[in-house]
Design a protein around this ligand. Structure first.
Ligand code: UDP
Length: 328
């Protein structure tokens, strides 16, 4: 049985990846320091005979006994509010964390897929964003801690590939949504759905003319799985090109939830990208992949999940308290 290590396993994407690899018959070693992840995301897997959870911070040396065939490096704070609150952890996981993962992969002869992001394109001047675009990032802006950590991740991954001949894959993930997003992680979809469920107005940042393109999580996981087992060592965008303004997205959420909430406008965060849409030509050509779940269907499924949350979860403090982790 082949063995896979998933870092960031208790997060939104990590937990879906663990499920997929278990379903495909792998032995899964799940690792997370639980700063932004939540063990509840893995509750369905905890008793599975092929699944183990390791509470560990990947910025510290990673010790895995025995053979290891695959690593999926998905550990990182990933929402703008998270990485503003824990900027140094964000930089550490994107630098020290990836270095430990690549060292482990070299030692074990494992293949590595790293989670990169559309954020490496920054506030893009090329639209839609294709993989050859170098990006437009403010290194010292508030989002720089995430963007630059992810850019460094790509560089060190390619260096290990070129210098050590390591089998590496790089997925550039665009906005993704679905069950198990953290309600209070600050991202637009859980923010809007949470507000609708609590009967609050929906907070659109700026004028709402900025665009995003949202991919349903099952489609994303399928793309990552195909990439990992493909021969493609260049970065590959995975996302849904169906682009929408945030203002229109708020209206869609109001229609979806059947509430009569108003839209209220708040300041646009610094360096908030004005437009974002993946060019998925490469994914289509080399992976035979394209998204299959449209936004209407994906939003229905996601809303069904959020409706299962308890009142207590719905009203839990606005945002996660990271005070305990500051010392790191
Ligand atoms: N946004 C918003 N209201 C919110 C949360 C986010 O209008 O309550 C906007 C945000 O400014 C950005 C877009 O929605 O333009 C997507 O934000 P998110 O944090 O989900 O992800 P990003 O794509 O910016 O990383």
């Amino acid at each position: 049985m082949e063995r896979v290590l998933v870092t960031g396993a208790a997060g939104f994407l990590g937990s879906h990846l663990c499920e997929r690899f278990i379903k495909e018959g792998f032995r899964v070693e799940a690792m997370d320091n639980l700063i932004t992840g939540d063990l509840n995301n893995l509750s369905a897997l905890m008793d599975h005979p092929n699944f183990s959870f390791h509470k560990h911070d990947v910025t510290e040396f990673i010790n895995i006994e025995g053979d290891l065939d695959h690593i999926l490096h998905f550990a990182s704070p990933a929402s703008p509010i998270d990485y503003l609150k824990i900027p140094i952890q964000t930089l550490k996981v994107g630098s020290l964390g990836i270095h430990n993962c690549l060292g482990l992969a070299k030692d074990k002869g494992a293949r590595v897929t790293i989670a990169s992001t559309s954020e490496i394109y920054g506030d893009p001047e090329v639209h839609p964003q294709h993989e050859e675009y170098f990006g437009h990032v403010n290194t010292i802006g508030p989002r720089g801690v995430y963007d630059e950590a992810k850019r460094f991740q790509e560089s060190i991954t390619m260096a290990y590939h070129r210098y050590h001949g390591l089998e590496t894959r790089i997925v550039r993930i665009f906005n993704t949504y679905g069950p198990r997003m953290r309600l209070n992680d600050g991202r637009v979809l859980p923010a809007f759905i949470g507000q609708a469920l609590r009967g609050e107005d929906l907070t659109v940042f700026g004028t709402g003319s900025q665009t995003r393109s949202f991919c349903y999580v099952d489609d994303l996981i399928e793309g990552i799985y195909r990439l990992h087992f493909s021969d493609e060592t260049r970065p590959v965008n995975i996302g849904n090109p169906d682009e929408i303004t945030i203002g229109d997205f708020a209206e869609e959420i109001i229609a979806l939830t059947g509430t009569d909430q108003q839209v209220v406008y708040r300041d646009l965060p610094e360096n908030d990208p004005k437009q974002r849409q993946p060019d998925i030509t490469r994914a289509k050509a080399v992976l035979g992949w394209k998204p299959t779940v449209d936004r209407a269907e994906g939003l229905q499924r996601t809303y069904a999940y959020f409706k299962t949350l308890t009142k207590e979860e719905l009203y839990k403090s606005e945002h996660k308290d990271f005070t305990d982790f500051r010392k790191n």
